[in-house]
Design a protein around this ligand. Structure first.
Ligand SMILES: Cc1cc2nc3c(=O)[nH]c(=O)nc-3n(C[C@H](O)[C@H](O)[C@H](O)COP(=O)(O)OP(=O)(O)OC[C@H]3O[C@@H](n4cnc5c(N)ncnc54)[C@H](O)[C@@H]3O)c2cc1C
Length: 279
């Protein structure tokens, strides 16, 4: 199917992009890598009047670590994230996204704004308690991962706002596990685990409208280390904590069983994977 008609605006900078979104009166969409938006246009599931192409906006494709936090520009491609070693959890998760062609075009901010509950990078943002920087007509604001994702394919961004950068705190240790039917498919269940000091954060993708932050209560502290027994207890707690839907890809019970398996795998990995600077 062909895309519906739209006007095209190539933004020169962030202010120009925000102004173009404002002028579109709620009918504008940012075009970044196009790896989610263009299929939606082709299927006529989205009909924006204006596409605001931000690919030529300068200064949005950098990566730098400051004070234990990876600061990434909105246009950092999945392939770039996969190839860097400042944030090994983000690198590992990015390697699981689609195929090379998709990773070479798709962007970090595009994935977060699209807010697919099965996508890898939203789970990593939440596991690391990260945040996005947003520019809009009223100025700029910072949105934590807990506020950004509100439902499946729904974020709290206004139609006139643009993500300009992403903050990803670098965990002291990390693990990532995913189950998909074929390599490159979206996850049926994925788990991102991060340890900051003695605090564990475990996030499950694919089991709810937003990446699900497991609430393991007292189990969240990791001061006693992560023995195989403790990994098993935490994995069972994660499976108890999720309330997944049943759909074509699997029943709720199947997803709960996968949550237990993937959590055990991610935590086992975490027990042996320390971020180089923290080693
Ligand atoms: C065959 C296929 C397989 C895929 N497999 C996976 C997978 O396994 N895992 C996965 O996570 N993803 C997968 N994807 C999606 C891919 O990761 C996309 O790159 C990503 O979801 C969107 O990023 P993008 O830069 O392409 O955004 P676009 O498609 O350009 O935009 C997506 C949405 O985000 C908005 N947006 C983009 N940038 C910004 C910004 N800076 N500020 C505010 N809003 C913005 C757009 O307006 C649009 O609504 C797959 C895609 C395809 C086609």
């Amino acid at each position: 199917m062909k895309c519906p008609p739209f006007s095209y605006h190539r933004a020169t900078d962030v202010a120009d992009a925000v102004a173009a979104l404002g002028a579109a009166d709620g009918e504008g969409k940012i075009l970044a890598g196009g790896q989610s938006l263009v299929p939606l246009l082709a299927l006529r599931l989205a009909r924006p009047a204006v596409l605001v192409d931000v690919n030529r906006v300068p200064g949005l494709d950098g990566l730098v670590v400051r004070d234990g936090v990876l600061h990434a520009g909105a246009l950092v491609r999945h392939l770039h994230l996969a190839g860097q070693d400042h944030h090994p959890l983000a690198a590992e998760a990015a390697r699981w996204i689609g195929h090379t062609a998709i990773r070479s075009r798709g962007t970090l901010a595009g994935s977060l704004a699209h807010a697919d509950p099965s996508a890898e990078l939203p789970a990593v943002l939440r596991a690391c308690d990260g945040a996005v920087h947003v520019a809009g007509p009223g100025g700029t604001r910072r949105l934590g991962a807990d506020e950004l994702f509100v439902g499946a394919l729904q974020s709290s961004l206004a139609e006139t706002e643009m993500i300009t950068g992403v903050e990803l705190p670098v965990p002291d240790a990390w693990g990532f596990a995913e189950f998909a039917r074929r390599h490159g498919d979206f996850a049926i269940v994925s788990v991102a685990a991060a340890r900051f000091g003695d605090r564990l954060r475990v996030v499950v993708g694919g089991v709810a409208g937003v990446p699900h932050l497991v609430d393991p209560g007292d189990l969240a502290t990791c001061d006693g280390g992560l023995s195989a027994d403790r990994v098993a207890i935490l994995a069972a707690a994660a499976a108890d904590d999720v309330d997944p839907p049943s759909d074509l890809h699997g029943s709720a019970g199947y997803r709960r069983a996968l949550t237990e398996q993937m959590t055990a795998r991610a935590l086992t990995q975490l027990a042996g994977h320390r971020t180089p600077e923290a080693a």
